[in-house]
Design a protein around this ligand. Structure first.
Ligand SMILES: N[C@@H](CCC(=O)N[C@@H](CS)C(=O)NCC(=O)O)C(=O)O
Length: 381
């Protein structure tokens, strides 16, 4: 029997990078497998009820879908080599906030820099999509097929709020974020010191497949944010890869420390992502009052849609219309649940940090119904 874990992924896939980096850092013996492998259509897809990646199949043939669930599958079977969840309150909550921001908050610049720079990106992207989706096809035929298939993703950029009107601000915000990330990774190998935590894996989602791999944004990162670029290498290396940080070992900063450069990033989340989080929750609560989904009703129902509608919010002087996806409520709940489980003294410490960084609403913007994952899908509970 093959006792390796199998990870169904594409290098071009944002959420795949998160799960893959975790497996690499934990020294788990696994193989990347293309979902074009016949086993995906024969076994994995029917089990999930839809086509989606990343998916992990364990040596015992258990199927685990979703980047976070893959990480938690290992984290729930302690001990792990480098625990993804810090044990101290401020580091735990900061790390979960960065996970949320990396996978969801940075999706808008990720989509923009992938789909709106055709001169630099398009040939590469189409070849890469073709390569992963249709490995059996000749390279010259792949481009055409991939162009057709990528139409849906190009449209998705608009659904995430990327338009000609919002693009200048998306770029300005990303350039600022890039500089702040670079400053952080100049002084720390990972978000919280010498080892990656859940926030690193979440950030790696957007900062690798799109922003650290597609030609235009990769060049931007290499030219303007070399220490961030180094972190994207480090996140793919089973070694600690901290050659420029002499004397560091694979441990988190002591005493629940939050470096100033991470506080800058938390303020960035408050300024650039929190307005959308609040608009998403307000819209979801209105939608729930109107639609009253049954207990355990699948989000998106039979149509498999992931969004329940659009929300509007003012952002850096422009109005953004963006899709509301209950998966994001699930991710936000992770932060709120972790906070709710803390003792009163620990909560106070977190309160001080969130007040200092303008992130109080990350705990108070709550959805009237919980979103959980059951049978590989999000459901309203
Ligand atoms: N957060 C989810 C989202 C995964 C996701 O959206 N995957 C994309 C690729 S990066 C996908 O499979 N899209 C297929 C589709 O939407 O049909 C997870 O980690 O499972």
């Amino acid at each position: 029997m093959d006792n390796k874990f199998k990870l169904y992924t594409w290098s071009v896939s944002l959420y795949s990078g998160k799960a893959r980096a975790y497996l690499i850092k934990q020294h788990i013996d696994f193989d990347d497998i293309s979902p074009a492998d016949p086993h995906y259509d024969a076994v994995i897809r029917p089990a999930l009820g839809r086509w989606i990646i990343p998916v992990m199949e364990t040596p015992e043939q258990e199927i685990v879908q979703d980047g976070t669930e893959i990480i938690d599958w290992f984290e729930n079977r302690q001990p792990t080599r480098l625990p993804a969840y810090p044990q101290t309150p401020r580091q735990l909550i900061s790390s979960l906030i960065m996970e949320f921001f990396g996978g969801e908050g940075l999706l808008r610049p990720a989509m923009h820099y992938r789909w709106n720079f055709d001169d630099d990106n398009l040939d590469f992207i189409l070849q890469q999509f073709g390569l992963f989706a249709l490995p059996q096809m000749a390279p010259e035929e792949r481009g055409e097929m991939a162009l057709h298939a990528s139409g849906r993703m190009r449209k998705a950029a608009v659904v995430f709020g990327v338009t000609p009107e919002t693009a200048p601000q998306i770029e300005a915000a990303y350039e600022e974020t890039l500089a702040e990330l670079d400053a952080h990774f100049t002084s720390q190998p990972y978000l919280l010191g010498g080892a990656p935590t859940i926030g690193d894996y979440g950030l790696f989602a957007a900062l690798f497949a799109h922003l650290g791999r597609d030609p235009y944004p990769l060049r931007m990162m290499q030219e303007r944010a070399q220490m961030l670029f180094r972190w994207t290498e480090r996140m793919r290396n089973p070694s600690a890869d901290m050659v420029e940080f002499l004397g560091r070992d694979e441990s988190l900063l002591a005493q629940d420390a939050i470096p100033d450069t991470l506080k800058v990033l938390l303020r960035r989340v408050a300024a650039d992502y929190l307005p959308e989080v609040e608009a998403m929750i307000a819209m979801s609560n209105d939608w729930l009052a109107e639609h009253r989904p049954a207990k355990n009703e699948m989000v998106g129902g039979e149509s498999l849609g992931r969004g329940i509608g659009m929300c509007q919010f003012a952002w850096r002087g422009v109005d953004i219309n963006a899709v509301v996806m209950p998966y994001r409520i699930f991710m936000l709940q992770r932060i709120q649940d972790a906070y709710d489980k803390l003792g009163a003294a620990d909560q106070k410490q977190v309160d001080v940090l969130l007040a200092e960084t303008g992130l109080e609403a990350m705990l108070t913007a709550r959805c009237d119904r919980r979103v959980e994952r059951q049978n590989h899908r999000e459901v309203w509970v």
